[in-house]
Design a protein around this ligand. Structure first.
Ligand code: KG4
Ligand code: ZN
Length: 351
């Protein structure tokens, strides 16, 4: 069966829309990405050092129509030709989510198109199957499971086991900060700007990653959970003079490199542990932090050394690592349950 899906994603600070065509074959789904539009609000939030929720909602409202129009090649009536509208229902900032979900509700009732609710993490997972260099790419139905997923974003850090498409079991998660959140907080401590991930990655290129010894939370916990608040606090203690509140002299590039290494060490360590336990056929790395080149290359090298073939390690193209609607569209296309009306849910779990 062929389907054309329009997808909307507004869970945090990117207003995104995507249009894809899918074809279901006996053993695979064939996917063609027609449009991938992302309006980033980074410049808006920079001066606050993080996402300012009220501003984010308003910016989504302003960006929504232009983003949708661009995804439909400036012909909004093209919605008549789509089969369904997929939208991120949650989790995320409620005001941001509502902008996307309400837009989807309105389009659905006006054009009489069914809605498909997608959980934000599902979008990150399915973005990893994308090969934007090809006009069309395939997602196999079988032979790729179990899949082990490491999702590392600003809001989430989890290890997820998939025994089939759209079936998720969270086998490990952060007990405090997410990895991306740690990058952002450490950048704030070091007074580097927002978002922290790309800035720290760039500075780390000129730093010595063994210069500072930083803790790797829950390394010996025996489970698959993560903790990143310790490494953040350690950077704080090593960089601030607590009497004056000022930064003490330290090498910023060395600190950035040491921090990035500590975070990536523990992410890879726990992923390898999960591989030993669950023996996956495929391993996915996804979410905003997977845009980090140092993590991408270490992950590929070290996970392939634990017996996973390199072409079974899936990482999204960099521009689909951070929030986008392509993954939402693909996850939506694989679902065959439709809704007529949706409510945003800031705490929606992976079902
Ligand atoms: O997935 P995402 O776009 O949004 C959430 O779902 O949270 O992830 C955003 C996070 C931010 O914390 C940002 O600092 C981090 O991803 N990030 C990076 C890099 N690019 C974005 N972290 C490390 N290195 C990067 N190059
Ligand atoms: Zn995300």
């Amino acid at each position: 069966m062929n389907k054309k899906i329009l997808a909307i994603e507004t869970s945090c600070d990117e207003t995104a829309a995507s249009l894809i065509k899918t074809e279901e074959k006996p053993d695979h789904f064939s996917i063609e990405v027609i449009a991938n539009v992302v309006a980033s609000q980074i410049d808006l939030h920079k001066k606050w050092g993080g996402v300012f929720p009220e501003l984010a909602s308003r910016a989504h409202l302003e960006a929504m129509v232009p983003v949708l129009e661009e995804s439909l090649n400036d012909k909004i009536d093209e919605i008549k030709n789509i089969d369904a509208i997929a939208v991120t229902q949650g989790p995320g900032l409620i005001g941001s989510l509502m902008m996307g979900v309400e837009t989807a509700n309105i389009l659905s009732s006006f054009y009489n198109k069914p809605l498909i609710p997608v959980q934000h993490i599902e979008g990150h997972i399915y973005a990893a199957f994308c090969d934007l260099k090809k006009n069309k790419f395939e997602i196999k139905k079988q032979g790729i499971f179990p899949i082990l997923v490491l999702v590392v974003s600003g809001g989430h850090t989890s290890l997820i086991l998939m025994r089939d498409h759209l079936k998720y079991e969270v086998v490990g998660h952060t007990i405090d900060d997410a990895a991306g959140e740690a990058f952002d907080k450490v950048a704030r401590i070091m007074e580097l700007g927002y978002p922290g991930g790309p800035i720290i990655e760039k500075m780390a290129l000129d730093g010595d990653d063994n210069a500072y010894e930083l803790p790797q939370g829950l390394r010996n916990s025996g489970d698959l959970n993560f903790s990143f608040s310790g490494v953040k606090t350690s950077v704080l203690y090593k960089t601030k003079n607590f009497k004056t509140g000022e930064l003490t002299p330290y090498n910023k590039n060395d600190m950035a490199a040491s921090f990035q290494k500590a975070v990536c060490d523990i992410l890879i360590f726990k992923t390898k542990k999960a591989i030993e336990i669950y023996q996956p056929k495929t391993v996915i790395l996804s979410g905003g932090v997977s845009a980090n080149s140092y993590l991408r290359s270490r992950f590929t090298n070290e996970i392939s050394q634990s017996g996973i073939e390199e072409n079974s390690i899936l990482i999204p193209p960099k521009k689909l690592s951070t929030d986008n609607a392509v993954g939402i569209a693909i996850a939506g296309a694989l679902k065959d349950k439709y809704s007529e009306y949706l409510d945003a849910d800031a705490n929606l779990n992976l079902a």
